[in-house]
Design a protein around this ligand. Structure first.
Ligand code: G6P
Ligand code: ZN
Length: 579
């Protein structure tokens, strides 16, 4: 057997360094590769980059070099991914290097499939030391597109920056890869394969995750809604990983019809799609929901199954509103929260709708930087139950990742609960009814995000520098058109659990009426720079709640573009995506 082709392994330079119980472990000399620094969630590059000799192998070895030995020697690790191109080859490389470094056992999803939330669930249930997720999330897949790798720790949460920084450091000094000389493992059948003291168990990707969801939600309640003839449900798996989960969960368990699942087969290139559930990239679903007499409820999830989009008939629920609604209704509608909600949290650019729920329910509340990893400590410390981000991520402490299908089930629970007593023939309480009622109670936080994808890095960086300079010169009371500045800063977060500090997490201008403009560079792209501008304004007046967000926010959006000189710095007239 030869190590996979993307590992340089000339037999003259590799040496056998150990033969524990029958498996040969080979040391392959390697050289550092520049640029293997992880972003918001893991290492993401074009497939072609990962296919370069030793590129993936170096990073995996650097990871093992960064972990304390007790975190993996003879230990149990999970492995899975979103089904994208290069996952199959990558899985074999990861398995061999894990064995080469003394890992005891790998649990791998059948065909290499496991959604990000499922990996988190598997790690927790099986008490694994951690796990690998092969995914570039919502980025397109295929030979010309993106690949990515993330490592999660034993509570199922993404590795903290202290570890990812160490990995990066080790990629710059790496000199050998330790790899087991074993054949490729057949991932197409569930079962255990042993290689001496090392073993690989291929597991069903759905069962652990489904079992967990069944313990969180009242499936009977949801089934009651889905099986109504006057409720029409549609789920778009975007040819990504939730295709493997949608039928077993929505159809087999909850009684949805088979044709309510669209794009339900995971494909290596996501059917040439961009598996990001938002108004631009899930346009087909949006069109179905906005068509005359469309379905009552629509949802989609992204490449690796952690993001979600929720739609009612002719109605889009913003992610910021979604988490607020779920939080406000959780203890009544979701059994997992019956014993109480410990606390709520959102990422900094996410709208303040959740803050109002926390205030009203008198719950601890946290504002963290963009990135799901920042919620984990709060959950582990027992301070946080439900959280969300504007970037279509919503979840809870049932795992340590955001969870697309969880969010869909949470919404179905709310709609089902509200319609418990709606008789056949009566009008159902709809998604938009529930959201509008929420706004009437709490007020509406109008929110929009403008994305400028794949800008020249230089211009984008200069714009942020320019904004930081503006921040340093600004003071409370400064006038910005009709808005008066309360403060401006570059967000810094101190983790209340471990005291770690992260800075430069987004430039924000906060005005005295609570309106906010925030600028960030995305940490998840694989080429150039993506500029994100977040705009938010609170409206208490119910008579204005039906306004379109773009109309309501127009003055603030114009201000955001002029304050940043965005067009001058990026050369962009229009955003690539508006949410
Ligand atoms: C991933 C992370 C999220 C984050 C999102 C956007 O999905 O898991 O936590 O909010 O990316 O990050 P970005 O840096 O691209 O704005
Ligand atoms: Zn994702």
């Amino acid at each position: 057997p030869t190590p996979s082709s993307t590992i340089r392994a000339s037999s003259s330079s590799s040496t056998i360094i150990a033969e524990p119980e029958g498996i040969k472990i080979i040391s392959i000399p390697t050289k550092p590769i520049q640029g293997q620094k992880t972003g918001t969630s893991g290492l993401r590059k074009k497939v072609k980059v990962f296919q370069q000799e030793n590129y993936l192998a170096n990073w995996i070895q650097a990871l093992f070099n960064s972990l304390p030995p007790e975190d993996y020697k003879n230990g149990l690790l999970a492995l899975g991914g979103d089904g994208r191109y290069f996952n199959r080859e990558a899985a074999q490389i990861i398995i061999k290097i894990a064995a080469g470094n003394g890992v005891g056992k790998i649990l791998v999803g059948k065909e290499g499939i496991l959604s990000t939330p499922a990996v988190s669930a598997v790690i927790r249930k099986r008490k694994a030391n951690g796990g690998f997720i092969m995914s570039a999330s919502h980025n397109p897949g295929g030979p010309e597109y993106d690949w990515g790798i993330k490592f999660n720790y034993s509570s199922g949460q993404p590795a903290p920056e202290s570890i990812t920084d160490k990995i990066y450091g080790n990629t710059l000094s790496i000199s050998e890869i330790r790899i087991a000389d074993i054949p490729d493992v057949d991932l197409s059948n569930v079962g255990v394969t042993k290689f001496g003291s090392f073993s690989v168990e291929v597991i069903d990707p759905v069962s652990d995750y489904l079992e967990l969801l069944e313990s969180v939600f009242d499936f009977h309640l949801i089934k009651g809604l889905i099986s109504r003839s006057d409720f029409r449900f549609i789920f778009d798996a975007m040819h990504a990983v939730t295709g493997a989960y949608a039928k077993p969960i929505f159809v087999d368990e909850l009684g949805a019809s088979l044709d309510s699942i669209t794009n339900g087969i995971p494909l290596e290139d996501f059917g040439h799609g961009h598996p990001d559930p938002n108004l631009t990239y899930a346009k087909d679903l949006v069109n179905i929901l906005y068509a005359e007499n469309g379905p009552d409820f629509g949802a989609a999830s992204d490449g690796d199954g952690d993001r979600n989009m929720i739609l009612g008939r002719s109605f889009f629920v913003t992610p910021s509103d979604s988490v607020a609604l779920i939080a406000a209704n959780a203890s009544e509608t979701i059994p997992y929260f019956k014993t109480g909600v410990k606390g709520l949290a959102r990422s900094m650019p996410t709208s303040g709708a959740l803050d109002r729920v926390a205030q009203k329910l008198n719950l601890p509340f946290f504002e963290v930087p963009t990135g799901w990893k920042f919620f984990g400590n709060l959950m582990d410390a027992g301070n946080l139950s439900i959280c969300g981000e504007e970037s279509f991520g919503t979840g809870s402490d049932h795992i340590r990742e955001k969870d697309g299908i969880w969010a869909v089930l949470a919404w179905l629970s709310i709609i089902a609960y509200r319609n418990k007593d709606t008789k056949p023939g009566e009008k159902l309480i709809s998604v938009s009814d529930v959201v509008k009622e929420h706004w009437a109670t709490y007020g509406r936080n109008f929110f929009s995000r403008y994305d400028y994808e794949e800008c020249e890095s230089e211009g984008a960086n200069k714009m942020i520098e320019y904004l930081r300079e503006r921040v340093s010169k600004s003071k409370a009371g400064d006038k910005y058109g009709s808005y008066v500045l309360q403060f401006a800063d570059d967000f810094t977060y101190t983790d209340p659990v471990d005291g770690s500090v992260v800075s430069k997490q987004g430039v924000r201008f906060v005005f005295t009426d609570g309106s906010r403009i925030i600028y960030r560079l995305s940490g998840t792209g694989s080429a150039g720079a993506t500029v994100r501008v977040y705009i938010e304004q609170f409206e208490a007046d119910v008579s204005k709640h039906d306004l379109d967000a773009q109309v309501a926010l127009k003055p603030l959006i114009d201000l955001a573009l002029s304050v940043s000189k965005l067009k001058d710095f990026t050369g962009r007239e229009e955003p690539t995506v508006i949410t």
